[in-house]
Design a protein around this ligand. Structure first.
Ligand code: NAP
Length: 342
């Protein structure tokens, strides 16, 4: 295994910044690297790939001073403060645990892992080593979501009665071996995109007391569509949908006893909301445009947790990530759908 070194120019000026490592060089790794360009408290220090060529190309493109041709070497690099895990769902748990064992703070892409057993192992390791760990549910961190949490805390729309949220899209190509459709890579709509509306409803309303759901099984055996109804103790409900067969509205509508909040398309990349109050009948559309591509908000939040020596995020707590994946396990179990490796 080799650790390659490209340059060390200007690193001194960055010495108070979080040094990030990115594990994996796929689509979302690139988006996160772009996000780091706009993060105020950190920068890309190194990338790790299974292939030296990919690592080198990625480092060059995103100006990372170091690259490694193995994930283990990245995890062992003494200089790195935080690792962003950007591999397929099936790899998250083992990659995260490897980094935690090497005392790296870990921001791991959604879904945190494939099932609750894996997530429990990750959390156990983080607690044992006293290391910061967080699920990368990036939608929770843009300014619009701060505003949604404030509006609810200030009782602007009253008690939530109904949530509608969906995330469906039509992939450019149906690559049945790729991670979206391949059961061996934990393919399917629920874990890939359904987790956004599910996570949103957990953030807004907590854990449901019961649920109903149904799914469309695709040609590889994974769920290509999923519809879920959550019911809560106070009688409120959430209607959630995901699809990797067709585009959906990709909106979220939160309806309370005093008004509504509509998070416009794309609600998983939230930048516009409309607040309507029943009492006045007034609707106000408010824009919260991203600075950068939006991944910078998640990276900055995580960097701040490291600076404050916190081991858990108050916005994406470990217990909530665990409850979310347990719920996804239960949903799949009701369908009779498990992955070949489970
Ligand atoms: N937050 C978001 O908006 C968002 C959006 C898309 C995806 N994601 C999440 O990010 C994760 C990665 O998704 P992606 O779309 O970036 O996937 P991708 O383009 O397929 O990239 C995944 C990368 O993981 C590495 N890898 C390790 N083991 C692999 C294996 N067995 N098969 C394929 N690749 C493997 C590869 O990097 P090397 O070859 O360099 O090792 C590959 O480039 C998923 O868990 C997904 O849910 C999040």
């Amino acid at each position: 295994m080799i650790a390659c070194y490209l340059k060390n120019a200007s690193l001194n000026s960055m010495k108070d910044q979080i040094k990030w490592g990115i594990l994996g060089t796929g689509r979302i790794a690139r988006a996160f690297a772009e996000g780091l360009n706009n993060a105020s408290n950190g920068y890309l220090y190194a990338v790790g790939s299974r292939s030296q060529n990919s690592a080198q190309l990625f480092a060059k493109e995103w100006n990372a001073p170091h690259f490694f041709d193995s994930y283990n070497e990245l995890a062992r690099c003494q200089e790195i403060d935080a690792v962003y895990i950007a591999t397929p769902h099936t790899e998250h748990a083992q990659n995260a645990i490897k980094c935690i064992e090497n005392r790296k703070a870990v921001l791991c892409e959604k879904p945190f892992a494939v099932n609750a057993n894996q997530v429990e192992e990750m959390i156990k390791k983080a607690k044992e080593k006293n290391i910061l760990l967080m699920e990368g549910m990036w939608s929770r961190f843009p300014p619009l979501m701060d505003q949604v949490r404030n509006l609810l805390a200030n009782n602007e729309i009253g008690e939530i009665r109904t949530i509608h949220a969906d995330f469906g899209f039509r992939p450019v190509e149906r690559n049945l071996d790729g991670r979206l459709f391949n059961p061996n890579l934990a393919g399917g709509s629920l874990l890939d995109v359904g987790i956004y509306p599910v996570s949103l409803s957990f953030m807004l309303n907590g854990k449901p007391t019961s649920f109903l759901s149904d799914w469309t099984k695709g040609e590889t055996g994974v769920d290509e569509q999923a519809s879920i109804i959550f019911k809560y103790r106070n009688g409120s409900m959430a209607l959630l949908h995901s699809s990797i067969q067709s585009d959906t509205a990709q909106e979220a509508f939160i309806s309370g006893t005093k008004g509504t909040i509509r998070i416009h398309k794309q609600c998983w990349k939230p930048q516009t909301l409309t607040l309507t109050k029943w009492e006045t009948g007034v609707s106000k559309k408010i824009e919260y445009p991203f600075v950068g591509n939006g991944f910078n908000y998640e990276a900055e939040h995580f960097g701040q947790l490291i600076i404050e020596n916190k081991k858990e995020s108050p916005i994406m707590p470990l217990g909530e990530s665990l409850e979310i994946i347990k719920t996804l396990d239960e949903i799949r179990s009701k369908w009779g759908f498990s992955y070949p490796f489970e």
